[in-house]
Each structure stands twice: as C-alpha cells, then as structure tokens.
Write a protein that binds this ligand. Structure first.
Ligand SMILES: *Cc1c(COP(=O)(O)O)cnc(C)c1O
Length: 404
C-alpha cells in the first residue's frame, strides 16, 4: 500500500513565535479591572489535569461547593460551577430563571448591569430598565415605584458596577423590596465577591454569580453561581427547556451534584478555583474584607494626595475598583499604554468613560503592589506632563497603610 504524506499541505504549516518571544520577560503586574494576579497555590493547581469524573473530582467538587457556600454566605445546596467567564454565570442565572414573557426589572448602573438586561431580552423576557446615571445609585423610592409599575418576577442588580466604579450600597434594602413584592433577586457579584460583605441568605438573594478572575484571585474562565431553594424550584418547575444547553442548570446538576457527566469540566480551572477558595477560607471573610477596605482606602488617599480626582462620589464609591479621572488633554489609552510600557504595570480604561481604573481585588490588595502601582501611576502622570505631587501621594499611601 502506498502511503502518501504530501496530500495535506494545501494550508501550509505556519511559522509562529514561541510564547517566550511574545511574553515580557517579567510578567506585568495586573492592577486593572481583572484578571488579577493569582497566588502561587492557584497557579500550581492550574497546571494539573485530572480525570473530570471519579472519586478525586467528586471530593474536589464537594469542597468547592462547601467553600463557595461560605463565601456566598448561603446554606443553599444549589451551588454550581460553570466553564466560562463571569458573563456565562450571568447568562446561567438569567436563562434558567427567565424565559419567553418573564417580567424582569433590571436596575442598570452601567455597562455590566446593561449586559444582564440584554441577556434577559435574548431569552425572550420582557425586560424593563431602571436607568441610573453615573455617580449615583437607585433610591429605594425609585426602586419601589419601578416594582409597583412593572410587577417584575425577577429583579437584577449589580453589587459593584465595575465600569463606572459605583457601589450599590443599598443592595440589602433593594433585595428586601423585591422579595416583599414576590420577585426573585439576581445579584451580579463578579467584581465584589470576597472583597466586601454580601450575605446571600440573610439578604434574601435568590441567585448570586461571580467570576474567577476578580475578587477570588483565581484564573478567568471558571465561574460560580448559587441559587436559593426558591430559585431552584423555579428552575425545576419550568416547562420550556433552556435554549442554552451548556448553561442549563438541570443538566449542570448532573456534574455538580450527582457525580455524573454534563460536559467535560475545566478540571485545571476547577482545581485553581479550589485553591483560591481555600485561601479565602484560610484568611476568613472578616479579615479579607478588612484588608480590601484598608488597601483601597489607602490607594484612594494616595491618588487624592497626588492631586488627582476620584470618579465616584464617596457615598457610592466602589472600593473593589477605583476609578480616576484622566486630566484634560490625555486619553485613558495614553495613561494605560505608558504605565504598561515603562513600568510594567497594567491598569484599565473603561468603555469610553474619561477614566482609568485600578483594581483592588484579591491579590491586588497587597502593600507592595500598591506602592509599585501608585509610584508607577504618578511617574506616568509626570512623564505625560501632568503636574501631580508624587511624593505626597506615596506619603499618604504609607500613612494610611500604617494606620496613622
Ligand atoms: C468583569 C465583570 C463581569 C463580566 O465578567 P467576564 O468574566 O468578563 O465575563 C460582569 N459583571 C461585573 C460586575 C464585572 O465586574
């Protein structure tokens, strides 16, 4: 038999650079709005592949759920993971709880809360929007009026709107209003989970979602969701099946609760998430919240002392991601490009807003990262011709971190 090896060259074999040639010699310090730096234990776990089914995985999944319940502050059984970004967890929440004709009220603070509304429309829900301008939160009166008017079956809200750095500090009260009107409450905690208090059960929340690459300091691409018993009953009671097969919570139950097969789980990412959650538990939520608060407030003090302006008013300022106004004459891309090229620090712009954002999520909240970032940021401003008081900024950071 003649074996020919020349028939497969219609598309020639490409020549590409190795990753070593592409990546910087020293990794950039990831201080933007995510992904964030990962601890060594998370990186190590992420390098392992195991069988996605069987005894070891069952043990890992069991512990992930137990630790996630602590982080979500829920006793609900219905914790599941999802292979995908935070947005996949958002879509899992909305596509399992809403369908053709479901009345959804979306409290919309910005880019990410608008995404959840769009996902609702795409599953055929009747979505009404309570539009909240930048720099403000929806008042309880506005929310109550919208609930009376729209009679929603589901209310969606973001805890921290990462795009414009607004914190919905009345989340608990808003959830109470929604519950009192018989609506289920979906909370996007992708940015905030484990960086600030969120009590799923005590606040009456029916679905909480998070990604890996923000507060939890895991890798992007594996996310978590928790449903309340009431939400789970709605998932189980629906008659039309979810059009998103991968995101169907009833199918995901096979893997996440019955040691069976749904799709091949992203095992390395699940192991990484396990380690990230284990580190949260080792630290405890109380200490983790305190660390985040202290670091973010110190960073904000440093930025203000340099003479730059924070984007959100103090009353509703998100601590997990700090938004900074870019002085006239500069663009966010100028600032982000310069600090990355010259100081090996990554920060973020924000979807057309005149701000840059520095993250304070997970491993970003470490004193050494703050000093390097604030210094790099101040130098960048000076290099770009903005007369900031860099030494005053660093002094303010030191003062705040040392509790003076
Ligand atoms: C980052 C973020 C998302 C989207 O997460 P992806 O992993 O990019 O899909 C959604 N909501 C909030 C509040 C976020 O910060």
């Amino acid at each position: 038999m003649l074996i020919t090896t020349t028939a497969f060259t219609a598309v020639p074999c490409p020549e590409v650079d190795s990753l070593d040639a592409i990546l910087p010699e020293e990794p950039l310090l990831m201080m933007g709005a995510g992904p964030v730096p990962i601890p060594a234990a998370v990186a190590k776990a992420n390098a392992i592949v195991i069988n996605h089914l069987g005894e070891t995985m069952v043990k890992v999944i069991g512990q992930v759920k137990t630790m996630a319940r602590y982080v979500f502050q829920t006793r609900s059984k219905w914790v599941l993971g999802v292979a995908g970004p935070g947005s996949a967890a958002m879509e899992m929440a909305i596509s399992n709880l809403a369908w053709q004709g479901t009345r959804v009220l979306s409290i919309q603070n910005g880019f990410f809360s608008a995404r959840m509304a769009e996902m609702g429309r795409r599953v055929g829900a009747e979505v009404s929007v309570l539009d909240v301008p930048d720099g403000t939160v929806a008042s309880l009166e506005q929310v109550a009026a919208a609930i009376r008017r729209e009679r929603p079956e589901i209310v969606t809200i973001v805890q921290g709107e990462t795009s414009n750095t607004v914190w919905n500090y009345q989340l608990k009260e808003i959830a109470e209003l929604a519950k009192a009107a018989g609506a289920l409450v979906i909370v996007d905690a992708v940015c905030t989970l484990s960086t600030m208090p969120l009590e799923m059960d005590a606040w009456g929340i029916d679905a909480v979602i998070t990604g890996g690459q923000k507060g939890l300091s895991s890798i992007p691409g594996v996310s978590l969701i928790a449903f309340s018993d009431e939400a789970w009953a709605r998932v189980k009671g629906r008659t039309a099946s979810n059009a998103h097969w991968c995101l169907d919570a009833s199918l995901a139950e096979n893997f996440w609760h019955n040691a069976g097969y749904h799709y091949t789980a992203p095992v390395s990412g699940v192991l990484a998430l396990h380690e990230a959650l284990r580190l949260v538990c080792a630290e405890t939520l109380e200490k983790r919240f305190a660390r985040h608060l202290k670091c973010s407030v110190a960073l904000q003090a440093g930025i203000s002392a340099m003479g730059l302006k924070l984007y959100s008013p103090a009353a509703c300022r998100l601590n997990s991601v700090v938004g900074i106004e870019v002085p006239d004459g500069l663009s966010p891309a100028d600032v982000c490009g310069h600090i990355s090229r010259h100081h090996q620090v990554e920060i973020s712009g924000s979807f057309g807003l005149p701000i840059v954002r520095i993250g304070q999520m997970g491993e970003q909240c470490r004193a050494h990262n703050l000093f390097r970032t604030l210094h790099a940021f101040g130098r960048t401003m000076v290099d770009l011709g903005v007369a900031v008081e860099l030494p005053a900024g660093v002094a303010a950071l030191e003062k705040a971190l040392s509790g003076k």
